[in-house]
Design a protein around this ligand. Structure first.
Ligand code: FB9
Length: 507
């Protein structure tokens, strides 16, 4: 290619040297043949980058015969075939015989032959009106096939309408000498090399100009991990349901907001080393809204708000311990406290719908479906007089949007919700009910110490991101989804397919 392009460049320079200008590269001959205009442009661009030539674009219109047009140019038009198939005289021919004789052209040809008043109908037979005809369609198509053009615009319009020809826009170029014109092409240096600097030859070398418009090399990268794709689908579902996203950029949390604020007792097994990652340094924090903390202490110890509490000595040391959050419900506790504070400022509680999707950490034994961290999807609605019916309604709506329609609920227990329900849906493939999440109504022992009024209820639910992603991408072992065993191929070429499309049928 390069050599040939170089030769074409030289040909252009010599032509300019002899003739001063190339009027239209459409007629420029190279090795005796017309040149493909794109190839010609390639040669022009490298000569222009050396300021050896200048050029202007010429917009040309070229007409090409279509396959059918070519057939007619070769064998004659449909209407001519019809005419020629009709015997002279009154006898004429039946349409059936004509079709047998001429084939598919008979139908189209008749129309045009009638229009040209070449033939007419006599009873159920077709007869000639004239002794001979001139097949202008064939002639015109031959001209266009030859010259890619036709002197009569109406003919072009008519043949285009009959889909016998189509237009092709071709850009060609007029070329003139540039300020650095010469008939020899000086190889331009593209880089200054150590040697040039050493031997000073850089002074008289002409360097190729930087082409700042040149497309950069598309960086091969940037694939969304399947988890991030499913996260985006969950986010869209929540936004469609009018939820706002909570800030989740706080992996390190105090035991206070992750457990105590949720009325989770300090002896609860989830709070010991087995299940929770405790930080060594810094191991604790002492920043708390003191008045609220005291109310939490009281609630754990003595209850209130209709609760008897847990009746144990609540420890400040315990609550100060820093951990890796074990659920994003710690984000919900922060948000609900903030909403209560806001209510105090503006004297009125604003109903709210929030969600969070981010990493949570549990010191669990790793197995095919559990890692020490997973992404929790959580949503809550805080409003006056909400009840379990509202929760069930919202859960049906939420899972329906994921393509999961048949769900059922099983009473469950969470320290921070009463009543609580595990959510199940029927998995046709597995022919069993699969647990797809957990939910409940946040306890007054959690909400009232925050300062929320008695009749403000909060319904909430949670599930993981990994499980639906594994189902959607038919991944059986979570280690294939996350971690060193994860196959990059799978990430690079797994299409985005909508949750609902996949899930409905699957589950
Ligand atoms: O995601 C889970 N299962 C699931 C979810 C979706 C799915 O496919 C979609 C239907 C298309 C398939 C399966 N689970 C929750 C159920 C089980 O996998 C469970 O064994 C594992 N759970 C995790 C916790 O494991 C210790 C999943 C994770 C989970 C559990 C509970 C919550 C969040 C995540 C919660 C909560 C909650 C409750 C009340 C109030 C606020 C939050």
């Amino acid at each position: 290619m390069a050599a040939n392009n170089e030769a074409l460049q030289l040909e252009i320079l010599n032509f300019l040297d002899k003739n001063g200008k190339i009027e239209d590269s459409m007629n420029f001959k190279f090795e005796g043949k017309n040149v493909d205009q794109l190839v010609f442009l390639g040669a022009l661009n490298s000569l222009t980058s050396k300021d050896m030539v200048v050029y202007k674009q010429i917009e040309n219109e070229k007409w090409n015969v279509t396959a059918e047009g070519n057939e007619i140019a070769e064998t004659g038009s449909h209407e001519a075939k019809v005419f020629n198939a009709i015997p002279a005289g009154d006898e004429g021919i039946t349409i059936a015989d004509l079709t047998a004789k001429v084939g598919p052209a008979a139908k189209i040809g008749q129309g045009k032959a009638f229009k040209n008043k070449w033939i007419s109908k006599k009873g159920d037979r077709l007869v000639r009106n004239v002794a001979s005809i001139q097949d202008k369609t064939q002639e015109d198509l031959k001209i266009i096939k030859e010259t890619n053009n036709h002197s009569d615009a109406n003919t072009l319009k008519d043949l285009k309408k009959r889909k016998l020809i189509d237009r092709q826009k071709i850009t060609s170029y007029s070329v003139e000498k540039g300020e650095k014109f010469s008939t020899t092409i000086v190889k331009q240096a593209t880089d200054i090399t150590y040697e040039m600097l050493q031997n000073g030859s850089w002074k008289d070398v002409s360097f190729k100009k930087y082409n700042f418009d040149a497309e950069g090399i598309q960086p091969k990268g940037g694939y969304l991990h399947p988890l991030m794709k499913v996260r985006e689908e969950f986010r869209q579902i929540f936004f469609q349901m009018g939820f706002s996203e909570m800030p989740t950029n706080k992996f390190v949390e105090s035991s206070f907001w992750n457990f105590d604020a949720l009325f989770q007792p300090q002896q609860h097994p989830a709070r010991d080393l087995q299940d929770t990652f405790f930080l060594k340094d810094p191991a604790t924090t002492n920043e708390f809204p003191e008045d609220y903390l005291e109310r939490v202490r009281n609630t754990h110890e003595k209850g209130g708000y209709g609760s008897i509490g847990y009746g144990y000595n609540w420890s400040r040391e315990e609550t100060q311990k820093l951990i890796l959050r074990t659920h994003t419900t710690s984000v919900s506790s922060h948000m609900l406290y903030t909403l209560a504070q806001k209510m105090k400022e503006n004297g009125k509680f604003e109903p709210a719908k929030y969600f969070s999707i981010d990493r949570v950490f549990r010191n669990e034994t790793v197995d095919a479906t559990h890692l020490a961290e997973f992404h929790q999807v959580e949503g809550f609605i805080a409003d006056y007089d909400l009840n379990l019916g509202h929760l069930i309604g919202v859960l049906n709506d939420f899972f329906h949007r994921m393509g999961v329609d048949k769900i059922k609920f099983k009473p469950a227990y969470n320290p921070y919700t009463e009543p609580s329900m595990e959510i199940f849906s029927y998995h046709a493939g597995l022919d069993e009910w699969v647990e797809i999440g957990n939910s409940g109504m946040f306890r007054p022992e959690m909400l009232r110490p925050m300062g929320l009024p008695e009749n403000v209820r909060v319904i909430a639910w949670g599930l993981s991101l990994e499980r639906p992603t594994m189902i959607k991408y038919s991944i059986d072992n979570i280690r294939e989804l996350l971690g060193h065993k994860c196959d990059i191929e799978m990430i690079q070429n797994n299409p985005i397919c909508r949750l609902e499309k996949k899930m409905g049928r699957e589950l």
